[in-house]
Design a protein around this ligand. Structure first.
Ligand code: DAH
Length: 346
């Protein structure tokens, strides 16, 4: 009987080479362990094995059964790997040179980000960055945004599970981690580290629970600017944004401020621009940024004396500016990595 088992096992190992599909595997299994399978027949024969041999033969039977089970699992694994490779298509070699032999170029969003930062560098701003995973404190509380503010709603903000841990971002016990909804959080991180005067610009990726359409994406980019010193006024803010928008959109661009509300600035404005240079837009006013004078409560949360210092802040979407600059009418083009689109910006 033990010889029979041995021969079943050996033949099974040979037969396994012929198995290449799920159907092959099914009939292979049926031949061995199905109701009329070879191993099943041997098991039936156990009744006639002499009593004293039963433990030994039984043990060997179990071993062979176990080996066959792992053979089946191995074959199934190989079949599944083959199926998934077929779904993925031919394998690629990422070390091959790019098909057109060109050196590549910056993504249009990166080009706009660089342009924005370089315009601001010329007037003394330096670039600082912050983490994309944030805590409620940096993204909202320190920015004077109370816990019942709609921006903090689960509808608008991606919160991370309680159990999430990030070694580079520390949080207080009772607050939640989230994906930053704006780069204004970097203001707070930077002011906590330095004392005035402050002149920084912070580009980066932001996240909101938006369903994607032509002008919305759950993942987008912003640039935040912050200027703090003694005697900074709305005039300075207007002058800076005038300079900035002219440098970015052409010397004939005009700007206008509309009163608005942001929790972290008072007064707050939305900034529109208009420019004949941008033919498609004609003389229409187009909103391009939010801004205002830093709210005293924000200064207090970073330990700056609001009696002594004043400042302004502004924020804008990089995609929005890129769409205006290049006449792109659907934000999703920026993320599809279609070379026919990207090569137009090379
Ligand atoms: N955080 C605003 C947003 O995400 C943009 C913004 C508006 C930034 C006004 C500012 C500001 O610094 O003062 O829409």
């Amino acid at each position: 009987m033990e010889e029979k088992l041995q021969s079943i096992l050996e033949r099974a190992k040979q037969g396994a080479r012929e198995v290449s599909t799920r159907a092959d595997l099914e009939s292979f299994k049926a031949r061995l362990v199905g109701p009329k399978g070879e191993l099943t027949e041997v098991m039936k024969g156990m009744a006639s094995v002499p009593r004293e041999d039963k433990p030994r033969v039984g043990r060997r039977l179990n071993e062979v059964k176990g080996e066959l089970e792992s053979l089946f699992a191995e074959l199934l694994g190989a079949i599944e790997a083959k199926e998934s490779a077929a779904r993925l298509g031919p394998s690629i070699d990422p070390s091959l040179p790019s098909p057109d032999g060109g050196p590549g170029s910056l993504h249009p969003l990166a080009q706009v980000r660089e342009e924005i930062c370089s315009i601001l560098r010329k007037v003394g701003f330096s670039v600082v960055e912050g983490p994309e995973v944030e805590t409620e404190y940096y993204c909202f509380d320190a920015l004077n945004t109370p816990s019942d503010h709609p921006a903090r709603d689960l509808q608008d903000t991606y919160y991370l599970p309680e159990s999430a841990r990030f070694s580079n971002v520390s949080k207080m016990k009772r607050e939640r981690y989230l994906l930053r909804t704006h780069t204004s959080s970097v203001q707070i991180r930077h002011m906590l580290k330095t004392s005035p005067p402050v002149r920084v610009v912070s580009p980066g990726r932001c996240f909101r629970r938006d369903t994607a359409d032509a002008t919305h994406s759950a993942n987008f980019h912003q640039v935040e600017g912050l200027y703090v010193d003694q005697d900074v006024s709305v005039k300075d803010l207007k002058a800076l944004l005038d300079y900035f928008i002219r440098s970015l959109l052409g010397q004939d661009a005009r700007t206008r401020f509309r009163p608005h509300f942001f929790p972290y600035t008072e007064p707050s404005f939305e900034v529109d621009f208009s420019s004949s240079h941008l033919e498609k837009l004609g003389s229409r006013w187009i909103e391009i940024a939010g801004c205002g004078m830093v709210h005293p409560a924000v200064f207090e949360s970073v330990g700056y004396d609001p009696e002594k210092y004043s400042g302004f802040a502004f924020g804008m979407g990089i995609e929005r500016i890129a769409m205006i600059l290049y006449g792109v009418d659907d934000i999703r083009y920026f993320y599809q990595n279609d070379l026919r689109f990207l090569q137009q910006f090379a």
